[in-house]
Design a binder for this molecule. Structure first.
Ligand code: DSN
Length: 414
């Protein structure tokens, strides 16, 4: 950071502070992780200087003799990691990737099915005020309020009624396994295409800790920075018959020049994810989430769907009489970061919902194990049970810091 320190001390100061926040606090936001120093080197490399509109060996600018190889390696590794026919590694992030997929296979106004946002879906899966919801006719399915799980018979009924052209599965706040094969069967019954958004679980799927949609689904996308632990970005995978349409939709349909420094970071992350160590990591992410969920339940927390099959836990705080925002803010003060979240059938507002969402990808990267999960459940319980006790919060902050210093964050030395 010596150059930043000299050139821009103001920004340097905030990066330093953020470094300390990351090292001394517990990161439970389920969509966050600590990427490796190798990935960060690529993202901060001279590759950021280069324009490379087009695809490997078919570009609109000169000087591509290195970039073409980097992007080809990234494509080859993405295909191998997920067993896909085709990969596009250029999407800047999840939302542009999803918009490009719609642009590739739909006409504006076409009917699409996606999970409703407050039931665990994503803004790009048809939220009425978002681009997806405005450009396409989204029919939103829901989870069963009583079980917190997707009722596949309801999905089938809706599909038969609305005859969507595309069915989306894969979610942002759904703690349970997804029945990919059943989604595909329903799609086949109504002649719909299938799209999986595996942004949250891609690392667990790549490690075969969760089932993959790749054998069944037409198009699969994922961000690369969550359980996959790569740089901030996304990729699209698809069956060969969609390859041309997807590539055309990403560039020039939706994006201009690809970010080759990030693409190099993606290639490195895919290589890391193919190592035996990453499989062990993914297994532990799932074990930690299960253990944390069980400990939270013992302390009287109501979990949506009563548990988790993944890295993610959604708590309904209604019985604790503490709204999600207040819980998030109090936990922030002790150095435990998570996010307030809507619960299925949310009676409150998205800015102050009934729940909180947490997960284990980042703490597992720090090598925390089951005893750490017990400690974290205990802190969450003490903070939420004593929501206004700032003296206790100060004491817990010190305990959190002490534990964190025994579990270094990759790439952070303090
Ligand atoms: N923002 C991501 C998440 O937190 O799940 C989804 O885009």
């Amino acid at each position: 950071m010596s150059y930043i320190k000299k050139t821009d001390p103001e920004i340097y100061e905030y990066i330093e502070r953020e470094k300390i926040r990351q090292a001394e606090g517990i990161e439970l936001i389920p969509s966050e992780n600590y990427t490796s120093p190798a990935v960060m080197e690529a993202c901060g490399s001279i590759l950021t200087n280069k324009y490379s509109e087009g695809y490997p060996f078919k570009r609109y600018y000169g000087g591509q003799e290195n970039i073409d190889h980097i992007e080809s390696i990234a494509i080859g590794r993405a295909k191998k990691l997920f067993g896909a026919d085709h990969a596009n590694v250029q999407p800047y992030s999840g939302s542009p990737a999803n918009a490009a997929i719609y642009f590739a296979v739909l006409e504006f106004g076409d009917t699409v099915m996606g999970l409703k946002l407050d039931h665990g879906g994503h803004i790009t899966h048809g939220l009425p005020i978002a681009y997806s919801g405005k450009a396409y006719n989204f029919v939103q399915y829901e989870v069963d309020i009583n079980t917190g799980r997707i009722d596949m018979e309801e999905v089938r009924k809706l599909a038969k009624k609305h005859k969507p052209k595309l069915i989306i599965a894969g979610f942002t706040a759904y703690p349970r396994d997804i029945e990919w094969k059943k989604f595909k069967e329903i799609a086949d019954e109504v002649g719909a295409m299938t799209m999986a958004d595996i942004s949250h679980t891609a690392g667990l799927i790549a490690s075969k800790v969760l089932e993959s949609p790749v054998p069944y689904f037409d198009i699969i996308m994922t961000t690369t920075h969550k359980t996959l632990r790569g740089p901030r970005g996304a990729i699209i995978l698809c069956k060969e018959k969609f390859a041309k349409a997807i590539d055309k939709a990403v560039f020039p349909g939706f994006q201009g020049g690809p970010h080759e420094h990030t693409i190099a970071g993606k290639a490195i992350a895919f290589h890391e994810a193919m190592q035996p160590e990453f499989k062990k990591y993914s297994e532990q992410v799932k074990k930690n989430a299960y253990h944390l969920a069980e400990k939270l339940k013992e302390k009287g927390f109501n979990l949506v769907s009563d548990g988790t099959d993944t890295h993610l836990i959604l708590i309904d705080l209604t019985n604790k009489n503490v709204p999600g925002r207040k819980a998030q803010e109090a936990l922030d003060t002790v150095g435990i970061t998570l996010n307030k979240n809507t619960i299925p059938g949310e009676p409150r507002s998205p800015m102050d919902p009934s729940g909180i969402r947490l997960g284990t990808p980042a703490i597992t990267t720090r090598r925390m194990r089951e005893p750490g999960m017990e400690q974290i459940a205990d802190w969450i319980d003490r903070v939420i049970s004593n929501i206004d006790n700032t003296d206790l919060h100060r004491k817990i902050k010190e305990e959190v810091k002490e534990l964190c210093l025994n579990f270094p964050v990759p790439g952070i030395k303090i």
